[in-house]
Design a protein around this ligand. Sequence first.
Ligand code: 5GP
Ligand code: MN
Length: 322
Amino acid sequence: MPTLPETIAGILRTTPDALIVCHVAPDGDCLGSALALALACGQCGVQALVGSADGVPEVYRFLPGSDRILTAPPERACAVGVAVECSSLDRAGAFAEVLARSRTVINIDHHQSNTAFGDIVFHDPAAAAVGEQISEVIRAMAVPLTRELAQCLLTAIVTDTGRFGFPNTTPRTLRLAADLVAAGGSIPAVVERVYETRTAGGLRLLGASLQRLALAAEGRIAWTAVTPQMLQEAGAGADDVTGIVNLLRQIRGVQVALLFEVTPDGVRVGIRSRDGVRAHAIAEAFGGGGHAGAAGFTASGSLDDVVARTLAAAEKELHAAS
Ligand code: 5GP
Ligand code: MN
């Protein structure tokens, strides 16, 4: 019996074409993983398109192939469609429909919960990053691990482990990272761009959001909000919101950090937690998802209303965890 990565490798090696799709609001894991898989397909002579409904954030534009990522879905479906890190089909955003029309749909994900859509489901919540799962597929495809490929996979792993600092980091993660560095991938290249570079507007936005920081549940919850007006006044873009929620969690005694971002699609809520408080459980109560330590969802309603409902759900989860 072939393993799941072997089965997926066999399909990708022989398909006439493939469409590889990232989730909306893409991060380093899904972008690095999707680009790595496309590079491996290319080495097998398979034309693979990569799609990202929300484009590529500036910090990830150094990734090889990122300039060829489609932001609008192709009209014609490909023989194989691969959903990368999508816990449900709708997470593929504008690409969901064309992805679903692929003859074979492959679903590769590591979130706590996944709706198991598609013909082949490779779901491994123990993987620190989807990049770990993609590495297994690429190994089974038996293509050379080029420097570009290694850089894409390393970016996935470095970002989803918070530079190897999150509890999801395992010996498997570190061994893989060592192999990728040996193949020419650079960890400082990721750290410098993703963690050590900000725009002036981004820093001003950080200041404004920390200015309105609030605590709840006797200091166990920290939250703040970002509005379009704040973005405008700071001269910041939507990409600059990333990372603010991680800082809120640093406050001593805080177990849940929440960032509310008012967007045209509703209020986007970013959640970070620790001490066994399940961020994904809070998100799932609102139709979202994620991991134990990091999750999110988007809700309709006014900012005040979404804040009140989310704080109530977070307090409930705090009680369940203690
Ligand atoms: P972030 O706050 O960095 O955007 O997301 C943290 C984690 O939660 C990521 O793993 C992301 O995929 C997941 N996540 C964020 N928003 C949503 C959402 O609306 N639905 C689902 N299913 N997962 C989400
Ligand atoms: Mn991930």
